[in-house]
Design a protein around this ligand. Structure first.
Ligand SMILES: NC(=O)c1ccc[n+]([C@@H]2O[C@H](COP(=O)([O-])OP(=O)(O)OC[C@H]3O[C@@H](n4cnc5c(N)ncnc54)[C@H](OP(=O)(O)O)[C@@H]3O)[C@@H](O)[C@H]2O)c1
Length: 271
């Protein structure tokens, strides 16, 4: 068993629900009748989505604005959810961002903020909501990694390392939890057209890979929710994405690293 059937006093917490993959996952879950709790910083976007989803599906949609990179705000969110009269039957740890450039030229504070969000927040939310699920003998966590989790990526050093953490951590938990009724699924998308590229400073994420390799956010979300429902260990949407994962695993680093650096062009040259 993985994500339990929808229930009136149960909710699936979705982080990063104000855009991109997280928004699509929230839409998919609501379509299937699950109550959802939408978390991100942009409250106006969450509110608009909540109104639309409730009207369209009738499910209970809760809006909970939160900067998950802020320790105090994150702790408050966790305590509030625990005290609430609603059971968190699923958690989608999707909020995350990247930044492109040579590490020594990037603002260290932003790189650290990335580790706080992509790694620490995901780790803490997983830990906070896992044990009540194990006690109940049911529940599902979806942690969003990336194809770059499988390889080092010059130009995205902190980001690729953060996603390797997510991948390794989540796959270990999946094995640990076998037989408990609770699953942890890792989602590893390739390039997806969202706000990711603009936030990372690379333009459009989908332009970073050869044509046709990008998978629409809606399809990524559908595959992710299917994976959660079936308690799958990993979800890698798209044939080309699976190829990228294989390449990242098998191509020797001595070939891979210079090739990736060359692909980044002049943007990683010495100053
Ligand atoms: N797009 C891709 O090509 C791609 C590929 C592989 C993996 N991914 C991963 O997929 C996940 C979703 O990214 P996306 O592509 O959908 O990008 P996106 O459109 O930029 O969405 C990122 C989401 O994270 C939220 N977020 C960012 N900082 C936050 C913070 N401090 N506190 C709370 N929420 C925060 C954003 O909301 P607010 O700004 O409103 O807070 C937004 O809802 C990320 O983990 C990303 O690393 C993306």
């Amino acid at each position: 068993m993985a994500l339990p059937q929808p229930a009136p006093r149960a909710t699936v917490l979705v982080t990063g629900a104000s855009s991109g993959i997280g928004e699509q996952i929230a839409r998919r879950l609501a379509d299937l009748g699950h109550g959802v709790t939408l978390v991100a910083r942009r409250a106006d976007r969450l509110q608009a989505l909540a109104t639309e989803l409730h009207r369209a599906t009738g499910v209970t949609v809760t809006v909970r604005p939160c900067d998950l990179g802020d320790d105090t705000a994150r702790t408050a969110l966790i305590e509030e959810q625990r005290a609430a009269d609603v059971h968190v039957s699923g958690v989608v740890n999707n909020a995350g961002f990247g930044s492109f450039g040579r590490f020594d030229g990037l603002p260290l504070e932003r790189e650290q903020a990335m580790v706080r969000l992509n790694v620490l927040a995901l780790h803490e939310l997983t830990g906070a909501f896992l044990w009540p699920m194990v006690e109940a003998g049911a529940g599902a966590i979806l942690n969003v990694a990336s194809v770059v989790a499988y390889q080092p990526l010059p130009g995205f050093a902190t980001y690729s390392a953060s996603k390797s953490f997510v991948q390794t951590f989540s796959e270990s938990l999946h094995a640990e939890l076998a037989g408990t009724g609770v699953s942890v699924t890792t989602l590893s998308p390739g390039p997806v057209a969202t706000e990711f590229g603009a936030v990372a400073g690379v333009g459009r994420a989908e332009d970073m890979a050869p044509g046709g390799m990008s998978v629409p956010a809606q399809d990524v979300a559908a595959a992710a929710v299917r994976g959660m429902l079936h308690g799958k260990r990993t979800v890698t949407p798209g044939v080309a994405t699976k190829g990228m994962v294989l390449g990242g695993r098998l191509i020797p680093r001595t070939l891979l690293l210079p090739a990736v650096k060359r692909a980044a062009g002049g943007r990683l040259r010495n100053p």
